[in-house]
Ligand binder design. Structure first.
Ligand code: NCD
Ligand code: ZN
Length: 345
């Protein structure tokens, strides 16, 4: 049997939700990852250090006694976030970044930023305090085609932003286009990107294969095959600007299979197996460890993990669903076979 042993990875973009949902999904992430950057888009969002501290305690309380996991907290940026809150966030030590959602872009983003320039005082403080900015990099103008929203964000908001704040550390989250990969590649070393398993494995054709497939619907939406190939190239290039962030985003089955279904793919159950398949598809398994376990902590100026995990080349079937609150949660590629499996320690 072929085995791949690598340093335990971290997930640099994760939705853990709260309450019963948190309890259902946290063990999956904790099995695979040592740490995760936890998204703040709860209802209501995590906007202050006090709220982040309380959320962090709820996450810690939900970790099963036989597991270990370190949540790295984020604040949700709004039009009203103050520079003082940024100073407090940096001083807290457990808030590791601030998340920008354009108002209305995605799940629970109603309190997001209405105009990025309104936040310039906050960005100046973040640059000074060296607190990273995480971007949901899409415009929300209804006149911009949904498949172009990332590209237009880069042109109209991101390029001006990085020239206004050249030292600000920025992560362009869940990149989906060749334009995004190219932008990050050409940008200075304080600009990085995370890449999800779904954007490495699927193009938009998968969304419509034989019918409409809501469990492949996430934001930013899957793009053309040429973009998928550009992301594969970036992820497997060995460039430290590109690292792992699953964007695993659980939604109950009935809210995905709906006349207006929610955006989000659930991958926490089998993230490393999905990434292994993507890397293996271009014969780049030797690049997986650095992407999954080294470049993220390096960017966040945190120590790399020392523990190891092992993936084995063996076939198993992804379950049709896993328990979630009073219903089910459908994992990415549910019911299909995977060729790698993470082994129990
Ligand atoms: C995320 C969610 O459900 O919270 N959904 C998604 O499609 N990625 C929100 C987000 O990160 O955009
Ligand atoms: Zn997300």
């Amino acid at each position: 049997m072929q085995k791949l042993t690598i340093t335990r990875p971290d997930d640099w973009h994760l939705h853990l939700r709260d309450g019963e949902a948190l309890k259902a999904v946290l063990p999956h992430s904790a099995r695979q990852f040592a740490r995760a950057i936890v998204m703040p888009n709860l209802k209501p969002p995590i906007r202050s250090v006090i709220e982040a501290a309380a959320y962090r305690e709820r996450i810690l309380a939900a970790i099963p006694s036989d597991q270990q996991f370190e949540p790295l907290m984020t604040l949700y940026l709004t039009d009203n976030t103050s520079p003082e809150e940024i100073v407090k966030a940096k001083a807290s030590k457990f808030v590791k970044a601030v998340k920008y959602y354009p108002a209305g872009a995605t799940t629970n983003s109603a309190s997001g930023v209405t105009d990025i320039r309104k936040c310039d005082r906050v960005f100046a403080t973040m640059e000074q305090e060296d607190l990273p900015l995480l971007l949901h990099g899409e415009v929300t103008n209804t006149d911009v085609d949904v498949f172009d929203r990332e590209k237009v964000f880069i042109e109209t908001h991101l390029i001006p932003l990085v020239s206004r704040f050249p030292k600000l550390r920025v992560v362009l989250e869940h990149i989906t286009t060749s334009e995004a990969a190219q932008f990050v590649l050409n940008a200075s070393s304080n600009i990085a990107a995370t890449i999800t398993p779904q954007h490495l494995l699927f193009s938009r054709n998968t969304l419509f294969k034989g019918g409409i497939r809501p469990h492949y619907y996430c934001l930013p939406i899957l793009k053309r095959e040429k973009h998928r190939l550009a992301l594969i190239q970036a992820a497997t290039s060995g460039n430290p600007k590109f690292f792992l962030g699953t964007d695993s985003a659980p939604h109950a089955r009935n809210t995905k299979e709906h006349s207006c279904g929610c955006a989000g793919c659930y991958s926490a159950l089998h993230a490393m197996e999905l990434y292994a398949e993507a890397f293996e598809s271009v014969d780049a398994l030797n690049k997986l460890e650095a992407f999954a376990s080294f470049y993220g902590p390096d960017f966040y100026q945190l120590p790399r993990n020392t523990e190891k995990i092992t993936l084995a080349k063996q076939t198993w079937r992804i379950p049709d669903e896993v328990p979630f609150i009073n219903t089910g949660l459908v994992p990415l590629r549910a019911g299909e076979e995977m060729s790698w499996q993470m082994m129990e320690p």
